[in-house]
Design a protein around this ligand. Sequence first.
Ligand SMILES: [Mn+2]
Length: 510
Amino acid sequence: MVREARRAAPLALPAAFAAAWVTALAAVGVPEAIDWRIVAMVVGLTSAVAVLEALPLVDVRFREWGIGAAILALVLAPLGGSVTLLSLFAYAAGDLAPGWRASSSVVPALAIQALAVVAIGAGLAMQRTARGEASARRGRWAVLAGTLVGATALSAHLLVVAHDALVQAERGGPGHNPAAMAATETHLDAAGRTVRLSSPDKVLFPERGWTKLDVARHYLGCAEGAVRGVLRRPCSLKRWPNGVGADFFFTKRAPSTIREAVPVQFPSARPGRMAVVSDVSDIVDQVQLGVLDLNPWNSRAEALDHPDELRLDLDPTEGFSFDDCREVADACRALLEEKGLTGWPKTSGSRGIHVYARLWPRWSFGEVRRAALAVGRELERRLPGLATTAWWKEERRGVFLDYNQNARDRTIASAYSVRQTGLVSTPFSWDEVRSIDPTEMTLDAFPARWAAVGDLTAGIDEAAGSLEPLLAMVAADEQRGLGDAPWPPHYRKQPGEPPRVQPSKRKTEG
Ligand SMILES: [Mn+2]
């Protein structure tokens, strides 16, 4: 009985390895994109070595087997190492999944394996030449220790490889072009065009480990909605080349890698060409430049001077919360509806809410901006103490409606944009205005939301309307003595604009 159990011992280690694999795969589910060549290689190699290591543990009478096995192991270990090295070369040549690179445990595991095999061989030799019981015992201990150490190193390595393979598979498996990936770039198929992405593995969100490739995949995943948010609009490129842990900078002028750019005039009156998006491949081109959130104008290339998007940008000031934004957003919905327009809400991906309304492209930036100001002022009357249009921060308390976001050349993050917070600016339906949790809309959680509800902005272009009713509100404000409000700092002084000086300073200046 005991002898039979000991005979079965060689099977124990490979069985344990197999069990570890089955458990790991059962826990996460068998990924579709897993590279089975890696799995076969690792399972084969580890099982072979495990069998060899386990043999010497069997009863002393099988010692001869054990010695033979140890010799075989000494021959096979370099062989196994060569196989692994060849696989690494194959990876370097781009023939294996990039996840393999992360399995850096392979080198220490092999080194420890070699030591274990030497220890086992030495132990067996000691047993064989033992002159006394003490010497034989030391030999057995050496065999046992070598086996345990070797098995532990193998198990650890195996688990690391399994984990890497699973992480890789979760990210969508090997890239479309693993060879290019190995050369620190990949090529993505986007709207029928092959788009280059350099450093796809570059981590842009250090806390969450999300990479440049993850950001590109996000936009590819919700392409329909993301494109609708920026289609044919000049885009300011807000670039985070070293991720959200470092500085960003704006590039308004389109770099040469941008497929299409449209000539615009900046507020400085200087001309320039800005990136324009026609399909999702243009968005990936922006991601390639380190762009996270997309920042389009509210007009389009074909009618640059006539915005077709009224943007109500709601930002809670200190002491106010997203819940306060809900209330103001809902009031926006009601007011727009009264004026014949449809409001399209989305989380900003930061602290607030954006409500957009589609317009016929007939009015000027100035008129659209004044319309936004009139909406804000009406909300101030409807929600006193909660809504505010006060431009000067010292006077601003509540949910600020930033009417200046409608000025020419101003941009805010578009629908489905990934913000520096790691949150997606997520469109929601008005039914959700009380329940939507912006903090749940993370880059990695978003695909489930998209799969569940799809593009909630789908009807926005068909819901365009007239600005006239809002311009009537502007006129009514003028009647009340409410003229223009301050413009942003780098804009030229506008006709009818009040003094652009903080009220507190104004007083001291008399
Ligand atoms: Mn905002």
